[in-house]
Design a protein around this ligand. Structure first.
Ligand code: FES
Length: 204
C-alpha cells in the first residue's frame, strides 16, 4: 500500500476578526461618503433652483411684499440701485441709471415722474420716455413674486421700451423737481433737489 494523501480541497484560511472589522469599516465608510455626496448634490440643486435673496446689486434683491405696493407707490432700493413702482396695475423694477449718459435718475414726488437732473430727460412712473435726450425709456430688471415676496433680479439689465411707448399717464401731477437746460426754475436760479429725491450724479 502506497502513501495516501488526504483529499483536502485548497482554501484560504478563514478571515480573522480583524479583517472582518476592516471590511465592515470600509463598507460603512463608502456608504457614508456616497450618502454625503447625495446630500451635497441635492442641496446644491436646491440652492440653484431657490436662490437666496441678497441686498446687493448683481443678485436677486428682496423688495418687500406685494402689499407694500398700492397703485402709485414708488420705492427706492439704494443697494439694489433700482426703484420698484406700482402703476397701471403692475409692478416694474427700474434701473436708476439714465439711459442717456448714465446719471442717477431721481423720482420727483411733486410731479410724480422720474426726472433726470443732468439733461432733463423725463419718464413716467413706469419708466417710459416722455421727453429729453434719452434714447428710450428707463432700463429695468426682471421681477418675480414668490409667495407674496417681491424679488428683483439685478443680474441682467433689460433695455427700456422705445420712445413712444406709454402705458401710464405722462402728465405731471405738480411742479417739476428740475430746471431743464436753458430755463430757470421759478423762484430759483439753480437746479433744485427737494426732499424725497436723490441728488444727481453719474451712477454705476
Ligand atoms: S444723463 Fe439723464 S438726461 Fe442725460
Amino acid at each position: 500500500m502506497g502513501d495516501q494523501t488526504p483529499n483536502v480541497s485548497p482554501q484560504s484560511d478563514p478571515p480573522d476578526d480583524g479583517q472582518i472589522g476592516r471590511r465592515r469599516f470600509l463598507g460603512y465608510a463608502w456608504k457614508g461618503l456616497a450618502a454625503g455626496l447625495a446630500v451635497e448634490a441635492g442641496w446644491t440643486t436646491y440652492d440653484i433652483l431657490n436662490p437666496k435673496p441678497s441686498a446687493a446689486f448683481g443678485g436677486i434683491v428682496a423688495a418687500g411684499s406685494v402689499g407694500d405696493y398700492p397703485d402709485g407707490t414708488v420705492r427706492y432700493f439704494l443697494d439694489g440701485r433700482f426703484y420698484v413702482a406700482s402703476a397701471a396695475g403692475a409692478l416694474v423694477a427700474l434701473y436708476q441709471k439714465c439711459p442717456h449718459l448714465g446719471c442717477r435718475v431721481p423720482f420727483c414726488d411733486s410731479s410724480g415722474r422720474f426726472e433726470c437732473p443732468c439733461h432733463g430727460s423725463i419718464y413716467n412712473t413706469r419708466g417710459e420716455y416722455i421727453q429729453g435726450p434719452a434714447p428710450r425709456g428707463m432700463d429695468r430688471f426682471l421681477i418675480k413674486v414668490d409667495a407674496d415676496r417681491v424679488l428683483v433680479d439685478t443680474a441682467s439689465v433689460i433695455e427700456g421700451p422705445p420712445r413712444g411707448v406709454s402705458s401710464a399717464s405722462n402728465k405731471a401731477k405738480g411742479p417739476s423737481c428740475i430746471t431743464r437746460p436753458g430755463t430757470k426754475a421759478s423762484g430759483s436760479s439753480s437746479t433744485t433737489s427737494p426732499a424725497g429725491t436723490q441728488s444727481p450724479g453719474t451712477t454705476p
